[in-house]
Design a protein around this ligand. Structure first.
Ligand code: IPM
Ligand code: MG
Length: 354
């Protein structure tokens, strides 16, 4: 099995290096994986003038899964949109039709005190945000900046969802909920936006085939509030691309740190890209400060969803829990009385636990 490792920019190379060590340890134990690296994002632009170089796309297409770090940085902020690092990631999502973005937010008992929320609000939380990833205002046309009829400049983007796009993510939400607590909350802004009123209609229709699952609807502003008021009311939250982007960052803080949240982006064939939900954190890049656990947990998702290695996935997750139990903390989840370690030392601890 082949994994394309696209480390990207900022802290990307440091955190993926630790995940690669985990995979190497599993390989030494008999797991048949090999890894190949290629540049993406700003690194892709530096290497060949394109955030998604042809050779990188080719490597990804030949692999069984993609392990992704993070992209972006101040150095690239003034590039035209097509050359910006984020385009490397967005084009990969679109090219492989990775419409289903799974972002689990789990509160480990060991980290209940690392969250900015009270432990009694978040302890035991096990929430799955299912974000649609290949449509919505992220990809809708037309978009741009133009001079309007009054001679004034204006920016515009288009929010758009087709029925089939809503159906497939809704089906997956119900299927996934069946393996969990059988509750789906669909998040929209149906009181204002036509597109999301249509979203609500289609999700409700699809629910007809999944009567054993409870379906509720919630406006996104209320959902943002409910997530910090009482997050444990949610089991599976299904939503569009943009709302999912925002709510998943919010949900990450329930778990203690954005440095803890993994993700899987899957297409209908189960091919996937696996990445931490956090960004490239240029402010701490190259300083051995970043938390590699979100990437290591993303590797566990890769093992589970693309390589069908459930036992190996659990082993990695258990190792992460073990190091948290042993008191290892990176700066983002630091606690008095615990050992604050760097990126590499956290990797060492996970390897030892493994
Ligand atoms: C994410 C990120 C990306 C997004 C950026 C880097 C394009 O914020 O994966 O959540 O907006 O989807
Ligand atoms: Mg985001």
């Amino acid at each position: 099995m082949k994994i394309a490792v696209l480390a990207g920019d900022g802290i990307g190379p440091e955190i993926t290096a630790q995940a690669v060590r985990v995979l190497q340890a599993l390989a030494a134990d008999g797991l048949a994986v090999e890894m190949e690296h290629a540049p993406v994002g700003g690194a892709g632009y530096d290497a060949s003038g394109d955030p998604l170089p042809e050779a990188t796309l080719k490597l990804a297409g030949q692999a069984d899964a993609i392990l992704f770090g993070s992209v972006g940085g101040p150095k690239y902020d003034t590039l035209p949109r097509a050359k910006r690092p984020e385009q490397g990631l967005l084009r990969l999502r679109k090219h492989f039709d990775l419409f289903a973005n799974l972002r689990p937010a789990i509160v480990y008992p060991e980290l209940a005190h690392a969250s900015t929320l009270k432990p009694e609000v978040i302890s035991g939380l096990d929430l799955l945000i299912l974000r649609e990833l290949t449509s919505d205002i992220y990809f809708g046309q037309p978009r741009g900046v133009r001079t309007n009829e009054n001679g004034e400049r204006e920016g515009f983007d288009t929010m758009r969802y087709t029925e089939s796009e809503i159906r497939r993510i809704a089906q997956l939400a119900f299927e996934t909920a069946r393996k969990r607590q059988r509750r789906v909350c669909s998040v929209d802004k149906a009181n204002v936006l036509e597109t999301t009123q249509f979203w609500r209609e289609v999700v409700t229709e699809v629910h007809g085939q999944y009567r054993d699952v409870e379906l509720t609807h919630m406006y996104v502003d209320n959902a943002a509030m409910q997530l910090v008021r009482d997050p444990r009311q949610f089991d599976v939250m299904v939503t569009g691309n943009m709302f999912g982007d925002i709510l998943s960052d919010e949900a990450s803080m329930l778990t203690g740190s954005i440095g803890m949240l993994p993700s899987a982006s899957l297409n209908a064939r189960g091919f996937g890209l696996y990445e931490p939900i956090h960004g490239s954190a240029p402010d701490i890049a190259g300083r051995n400060l970043a938390n590699p656990l979100a990437t290591i947990l993303s590797t566990a998702m890769l093992l589970r969803h693309s390589l069908h290695q459930e036992a190996a996935a659990r082993r990695v997750e258990a190792a992460v829990r073990k190091v948290l139990g042993q008191g290892f903390r990176t700066a983002d989840i630091a606690e008095t009385g615990k050992r604050t370690v760097g990126t590499r030392e956290m990797g060492d601890a996970v390897l030892a636990a493994l």
